[in-house]
Design a protein around this ligand. Structure first.
Ligand SMILES: [Fe+2]
Length: 163
């Protein structure tokens, strides 16, 4: 691929991913202010932008590998690397007296470590076919049903989305 095109894909991917996340926050604000149609529009645009980001990522990485290669990439490289980054960021935030960020980084590290355990459980029982429930605030994932309260961030069960 042409270098300039590749660079533009990388830059646009980062930008569209960032603004998609912001639309989700805008939607929450619109909802709180009773602007439900505006909230829906922000959510729809966020989904659209996520789709655009994914399309760019597919171009950037080329074809994805086999399930085995993807699992190795996700569970042996990407997630452990992110856990390390979150833990370093949590230490820095603690050192700087940034309590809210220290908590957010630590919670995200815990959530990611739990993802590794979920994969281990799946390996132990590869024929299972259970739903996962994801906390829309902290990202905690629970199998089978949503908890009454998120054990990581205390969000109520209504904040969980099933997969
Ligand atoms: Fe949570």
């Amino acid at each position: 691929m042409d270098t300039k095109t590749r660079q533009q894909i990388e830059e646009t991917f980062l930008e569209v991913s960032r603004i998609a996340a912001r639309k989700t926050i805008y939607a929450l604000r619109a909802e709180r202010n009773g602007r439900s149609q505006l909230a829906k529009l922000f959510r729809a645009i966020a989904l659209s932008e996520k789709a655009q980001a994914l399309r760019l990522l597919i171009q950037l990485r080329g074809q994805t590998g086999t399930n085995q290669e993807n699992c190795r990439s996700a569970f042996e490289a990407e997630i452990p690397s992110l856990i390390q980054k979150y833990e370093e960021a949590a230490k820095n935030a603690e050192h700087a007296g940034e309590r809210a960020m220290q908590s957010a980084f630590s919670q995200s590290a815990r959530v990611q470590r739990m993802h590794l355990r979920l994969k281990k459980k799946l390996d132990e029982d590869p024929v299972k076919d259970n739903p996962y429930y994801v906390c829309s605030f902290c990202g905690f994932i629970m199998e089978d049903h949503a908890p009454e309260k998120c054990p990581i961030c205390t969000a109520p069960s209504s904040r969980f989305t099933s997969v």
